[in-house]
Design a protein around this ligand. Structure first.
Ligand code: NAD
Length: 318
């Protein structure tokens, strides 16, 4: 099997590429390196720098490709509020360009990395794929539009399509940008560095944190599983963790006390979001293997930025 991973030099993409290479899958990556790092890719991967909206480039990269993983996207919720046009251009425009090229070249299946943010606020938890989406931020709208284009163009053009709604993925090599950093690496850095951790809202808001290896299990399975055409499938841990519990767990993992600053005035986002995994179990034979405490320990021990094994406690930003 030959696959193309768009956005393959990013956090999820590089983990996926390494796993596929271990299984002797031929992997091509297309990434413009707006945030990715190609040094994370194994030498067996054919890396190509470029933009996912470049259709002629896609035509040549898609030759001989069976399955496309579409991961290239801008990924920050707060940044999408500031720059909705850019998020629309890359996340929606990039998806449409890719789908057009897939149609022209004739790939068999496209797997989209969609997002649990598409659900927004829902009347009940855990969320199931048949609930009407309620996106509340431009990033979520862009992912929802990408899903709709995926299914529409796939159906009209005769290739299979599946969208995985990934919840809060975390793990080694997760980017830690200077602004809008994801919560787990940010809190880990702040607690290790004896800085303050700011919690917005009540601290009781819950999320579903899923370890990177489990996300990769689902992505690998989505390439070949039967009966997934035109399906949306949740990929989470199925466990709900509040912001306060998360801080406690990270503190315990890194063995340091957290200096918590509570900002109750600010919004902590939606109150609850946790995945129902029934469909993932049925269609992908998905079973998350890593509990949060174990995933945090692995993240802490394996990520060189936290340098635990060297005993330096050094934290770098990326
Ligand atoms: P990431 O930022 O590490 O990876 C995205 C990659 O896309 C980067 O390497 C970036 O350089 C590349 N990219 C951005 N714009 C591009 C363009 N125009 N052309 C080519 N490449 C481009 O983020 P990630 O966490 O690895 O996310 C991967 C995918 O999974 C994204 O589509 C994201 O929306 C989705 N997702 C991630 C999570 C999560 O918790 N990490 C949750 C839900 C969905």
């Amino acid at each position: 099997m030959r696959v193309l991973i768009t956005g393959g030099a990013g956090f999820i993409g590089a983990h996926l590429a390494r796993r596929l290479v271990q299984s002797n899958v031929a992997v091509r990556v297309l990434d413009n390196l707006s945030s990715g790092d190609p040094s994370k890719l194994p030498p067996e991967v054919s890396f190509n720098r470029g933009d996912v909206r470049d259709v002629p480039k896609l035509w040549s990269l898609l030759q001989g490709v069976d399955v496309v993983y579409h991961l290239a996207a801008l990924v920050s919720v707060p940044a999408s509020v500031l720059y909705p046009r850019e998020y629309n251009d890359v996340n929606v425009g990039g998806t449409v360009a890719l789908l057009e090229a897939c149609r022209d070249v004739g790939v068999k299946r496209v797997v989209l990395a969609s997002s649990a943010t598409v659900y927004g606020d829902q009347p009940r938890q855990p969320v199931t794929e048949d609930m009407p989406p309620n996106p509340a931020v431009p990033y979520a709208v862009s992912k929802m539009a990408a899903e709709r284009y995926l299914f529409t163009i796939g159906r009209l053009s005769g290739f299979e399509t599946v969208a995985l709604r990934i919840f809060n993925a975390y793990g080694p090599e997760q980017p830690l940008p200077p602004t809008h950093a994801p919560v787990i690496p940010l809190f880990m850095q702040q607690i290790i560095g004896r800085g303050s951790v700011v919690i917005f809202g009540s601290g009781k808001q819950t999320r579903d944190y899923v370890y990177i290896d489990d996300v990769v299990d689902a992505l690998v399975s989505a390439a070949t599983a039967p009966n997934v055409d035109q399906e949306i499938i949740n990929v989470g841990s199925g466990e709900e963790t509040s912001m306060m519990q998360l801080v406690e767990q990270i503190s315990a993992t890194v063995n340091a006390r957290a200096n918590i600053i509570e900002n109750r005035e600010a919004s902590g986002g939606i109150e609850h979001l946790v995945a129902d995994l029934t469909k993932a179990r049925q269609l992908l034979k998905y079973k998350p293997r890593t509990r949060l405490s174990e995933g945090l320990r692995k993240f802490y021990e394996l990520d060189p930025r936290f340098n635990v094994k060297a005993g330096a406690g050094k934290v770098l930003t990326q």
